[in-house]
Design a binder for this molecule. Structure first.
Ligand code: ADP
Ligand code: MG
Length: 400
């Protein structure tokens, strides 16, 4: 189902060639240095593979939202030190993305050296995906490598446009992400289970609508389960609930029925009268016993055990969104328990498990199983759009 794309394996002799490599260097910074270099570590294999083969590597990235203007606080030079540290190599900062300064810098770089171009979003042509702008950058390179899946949902010059002006390849991180996502929803081994949780139905309507037609089990948890329960006539008390979306929830459940997808809603839940850590009013009850002054804050233990049994019958799992308000104890229990079951099944080799989403990644890390899933995507928006079944322009350009 996945159209094929070229990878670094398809590169011939690249010694002395200039590689334009789109990476994600939008690092969280504090006091002038990065608080998390995961994004640099992700692109390190691609960069080093290219330098080891003798290419001159020009890194192309955005940083913040400068909206098409130079902005002294948003230069990619701020991340240069962190990138050098992770790569274990010095890099040359180049304060432009095209023109004579770039040309001269390429002349100075030796084979296997790395240059860091400035924030590509300083120029309006980037977000406008202006083809002249893309051509101007492309003129400096011999080929283009995209290793920034996290930016692939945007059709910008550096994420999409360049692929039309140069031979284009997926970097190693992009390749791994696309293969994992294909194994989870493109060409998955069945049965497939999807866990969709998080706060609100409204932010994940497209995800739910895409999944019901593609998976055999749809496990709904988190605050959004309350809307589905309410749609089934359950009184959810003071719980977070989008009552205006109950008709939509019913429609999704009908679609699921026709598609042969079983929707799993919790039948026991953890409730409290106030949202705080270990509140005095904490109790577990059947969904039909929630009091008018109580909030559902997690899926109950019996439901979690049943969901674990569902996963045992499945070959593939795709997960976005925590099952409860996991940041506050003990409302992390269901998420942690089901994540550990999924991790154990993955380690046993019976389940391919792919997860993504900002809070989901944090929840899996909290459960101590982030490295035990088959693949955990840190791509945020791009991951969600992929779960919505959308074509990602940055990926489509590589497969064209
Ligand atoms: P992701 O970032 O992985 O896509 P979301 O942002 O959709 O996930 O959802 C995560 C948020 O949902 C968390 O902050 C969590 O506390 C909240 N949440 C989960 N269950 C509930 C619930 N029952 N009531 C209120 N908030 C909830
Ligand atoms: Mg979130």
């Amino acid at each position: 189902m996945m159209a094929s794309f070229r990878t670094l394996d398809d590169l011939g002799d690249i010694a002395g060639k200039v590689a334009l490599v789109r990476v994600d260097l939008n690092l969280p910074m504090k006091d002038g240095s990065a608080t998390d270099v995961t994004r640099v570590e992700a692109v390190k294999p691609t960069i080093l593979e290219l330098t080891e083969k003798g290419a001159k590597v020009l890194l192309l990235a955005h940083y913040g939202r400068p909206k098409g203007q130079r902005h002294s606080t948003m230069s990619t030079s701020f991340v240069q030190g962190d990138v050098e540290e992770v790569l274990g190599k010095e890099i040359m900062f180049i304060p432009e993305v095209m023109g004579p300064v770039v040309e001269q810098s390429i002349g100075i770089l030796r084979n296997g050296d790395i240059g860091l171009l400035d924030n590509v979003r300083f120029w309006p042509g980037e977000e406008a995906n202006d083809s002249e702008f893309a051509k101007g950058i492309a003129a400096h390179g011999d080929f283009y490598v995209n290793d920034a899946f996290s930016a692939a949902h945007r059709a910008h010059a550096s994420t999409e446009g360049l692929a039309h002006h140069l031979p284009a390849y997926a970097g190693r991180a992009m390749e791994a992400e696309l293969k994992a996502l294909d194994a989870a929803l493109g060409n998955p081994e069945t049965p497939v289970a999807a866990v969709v949780g998080g706060a609100k139905v409204s932010t994940k309507l497209d995800v739910l609508e895409n999944l019901v037609g593609r998976v055999q089990h749809l496990i709904i948890g988190g605050g959004m389960a309350n809307t589905f329960l309410a749609a089934r006539g359950v009184d959810v008390g003071k719980s977070l609930c989008e009552h205006d979306l109950t008709a939509t929830a019913n429609k999704i459940m009908d679609t699921a029925d026709h598609a042969g997808c079983t929707v799993h809603l919790p039948y026991d839940v953890v409730v409290a009268k106030e949202f705080a850590a270990n509140p005095a009013s904490l109790r577990t009850c059947n969904v039909h016993e929630v009091g008018p002054d109580e909030m559902i804050l997690d899926v109950g233990p019996q439901a979690v055990e049943a969901l674990g049994d569902v996963l045992k019958t499945c070959r593939t799992l795709v997960w976005n969104g925590p099952l409860g308000a996991f940041e506050t104890e003990p409302f992390d229990a269901a998420t942690v328990a089901l994540a550990r079951t999924a991790a154990a099944l993955t380690q046993d080799g019976s389940l391919t498990s792919v997860a993504g989403g900002g809070d989901t990644v944090a929840a899996l890390a909290h459960a101590g199983v982030k490295d035990d899933f088959t693949f955990v995507s840190t791509a945020g928006g791009a991951f969600l759009e992929w779960m919505e079944g959308k074509d990602l322009p940055g990926v489509a350009a590589l497969t064209a």
